[in-house]
Ligand binder design. Structure first.
Ligand code: TXA
Ligand code: MG
Length: 311
């Protein structure tokens, strides 16, 4: 990871502006390496409530608290599991969220009343500086309306949220493109609740194989069957032939995922889903990548985007 560079004057002024808004209880969209987040001061109940209102998100879906560094974890959890400390040390800053037992001061509105809190140190120069200067934690879900496609550029946030967000800090396109991997470290062995930007194989290797997958219903609220959905239909293809057949049978559709490597697929996934809507496509026919590395996260998002929805 490149060392942080000193920010230029324009960037510095934008960060100052963001800090002032956050300190007065406003909402700031922040760039991260995964997707843009909709951030509020995690210790300000009113500000956090506004995140739910703007997103249209059920209040029992907890928010990840973004922090400046691994050393700050102990401010949010007084009973830090060894697995969480180990993973944080190895993966942060980076696309990993760990669930740990929450400290008493962590607001119920942030955790959805749960006894755990999700923590993450994002790898983005602007947001890193914002967090270091803010000092506290920033509660931030992805900066999209509930159930819709996550934003990977500042323009996506403007398009989706308009004036409902007080400031969008433009940090360019998100390089990873899919959300963080969520690992529940409150259980032993730890469980992957959401595949994401750090491949599950990597997490498993760091834990010497002591890792399982989420079991039981509702392990993480927000892991709904239908999610990350564009307006048009999403059809899944297991291979190139099936993709051709589905595309031929679906007038107005567009295909996605052939001849791209996994990193490019992840980085562009949400942009391509948005492009299909902008282009008025009837459907996206998406190739399911192999279940390895970033392929786990891409498959998860595609399957949710393709799930039956009420609307
Ligand atoms: O990459 C990411 O993780 C992005 C960027 C902005 O950091 N954030 C993100 O947040 O994807 P969100 O809110 O869209 O998804 C977080 C998921 C939700 O499904 C939520 O229910 C789950 O994490 N979650 C957060 N804290 C939790 C907790 N204490 N227990 C169970 N699930 C939790
Ligand atoms: Mg989200």
């Amino acid at each position: 990871m490149a060392p942080p560079r000193p920010s230029d004057p324009v960037e510095h002024a934008a960060i100052e502006h963001g800090l002032a808004i956050l300190r007065s209880g406003g909402l700031v969209a922040i760039p991260t390496e995964t997707v843009y987040g909709l951030a509020a001061d995690a210790s300000n109940e009113q500000a956090v409530r506004r995140i739910f209102a703007v997103k249209g998100r059920p209040v029992d879906h907890p928010l990840i608290v973004h922090i400046a560094d691994a050393a700050s974890m102990t401010e949010w959890s007084h009973d830090l599991p060894a697995s969480a400390a180990l993973l944080a040390e190895a993966c942060w800053p980076g696309p990993l969220t760990v669930l740990v037992p929450k400290a008493a001061h962590v607001l119920d509105v942030v955790t959805g009343g749960r006894t755990s809190v999700g923590l993450r140190v994002p790898a983005h120069r602007i947001t890193g500086e914002l967090l270091r200067r803010f000092g506290g934690g920033l509660a931030a879900p992805s900066a999209n309306r509930f159930g819709k496609v996550s934003p990977t550029t500042a323009q996506h946030v403007h398009n989706d949220l308009g004036d409902d967000v007080d400031l969008v800090l433009d940090g360019g396109p998100c390089p990873v493109g899919v959300e963080s991997t969520i690992v529940d470290c409150t259980v032993d062995p730890p469980q992957v609740l959401r595949p994401g930007g750090i491949p599950t194989e990597h997490i498993s290797a760091l834990l010497d194989g002591r890792l399982t997958h989420a079991s039981g219903p509702n392990r993480a609220p927000g892991m709904l069957a239908s999610h990350y959905a564009p307006h048009c239909r999403v059809l899944l293809a297991g291979d190139g032939d099936e993709m051709d057949d589905l595309a031929a049978a679906t007038p107005g559709s567009i295909t996605m995922g052939l001849d791209v490597d996994l990193a490019d697929y992840a980085q562009n996934l949400y942009q391509w889903l948005r492009d299909a809507d902008i282009g008025g496509r009837s459907a996206v026919v998406a190739l399911l990548p192999p279940a390895r590395g970033l392929g786990h996260a891409i498959r998860d998002r595609l399957i949710k985007a393709a799930a039956h929805r009420a609307d």
